[in-house]
Write a new protein. Structure first.
Length: 196
């Protein structure tokens, strides 16, 4: 799809966020199919994962966990699309990953909106509170991850299913593997119900 290629090219040239001008946006054919069964939105490319491999949730422990969850419901990487709240990798001064700033999310929100419009998925799955917040910047939803995890709601003309991020920190402190596997069962049922 030429329009997606143009959008990805534009994103790769973006230097709006001062702290990430040395980074390159992770948006390309490696993000997944343009006709996905599910459209995932995560936080940001990780330094050990997508910032290095150019493929979301690939090359780090979060990616391994995400693959485990997909496998649990028989959802293949070739059947999904993954993007992020911010397309470049935000870092602390010591090089570690950091949460994107609201201003950075706002700067990237146009890319997220245009990606959603181009792909037009039936089911959007934000992974974590940052992704849920980024989607709320596009179209308010009033959802919180704590209260609405695993609930399918109508948002912006499509269905939205908030899930937790598959990072080791989230699994250790907030939502363990067993709970997340149950959340993915909800995703599997939603895909069947929607005929996706």
């Amino acid at each position: 799809m030429k329009s997606f290629e143009r959008l990805a090219s534009e994103a790769r040239k973006c230097v709006v966020c001062e702290s990430m001008r040395d980074k390159i946006a992770v948006l390309s054919e490696l993000n997944g199919t343009l006709k996905p069964r599910a459209f995932f939105v995560a936080e940001a490319p990780g330094r050990q994962g997508a910032d290095r491999t150019r493929k979301p949730f690939h090359g780090d422990k979060s990616g391994e966990n995400f693959q485990l969850f997909l496998d649990s419901i028989g959802l293949k990487r070739e059947e999904i699309f993954i993007t992020n709240s911010v397309l470049c990798s935000p870092r602390k001064p010591n090089g570690a990953n950091r949460r994107p700033l609201k201003s950075e999310m706002n700067n990237c929100s146009g890319y997220l909106r245009r990606t959603l419009e181009l792909i037009d998925p039936g089911l959007v799955v934000p992974l974590g509170s940052v992704a849920l917040e980024a989607l709320g910047m596009l179209e308010p939803h009033g959802l919180t991850l704590r209260d609405d995890v695993g609930k399918v709601v109508v948002w912006n003309g499509r269905e939205l299913l908030p899930l937790y991020h598959p990072s080791p920190q989230v699994i250790a402190s907030t939502r363990n593997i067993e709970a997340q596997l149950r959340d993915y069962e909800v995703l599997g049922k939603a895909l069947k119900r929607l005929g996706l």
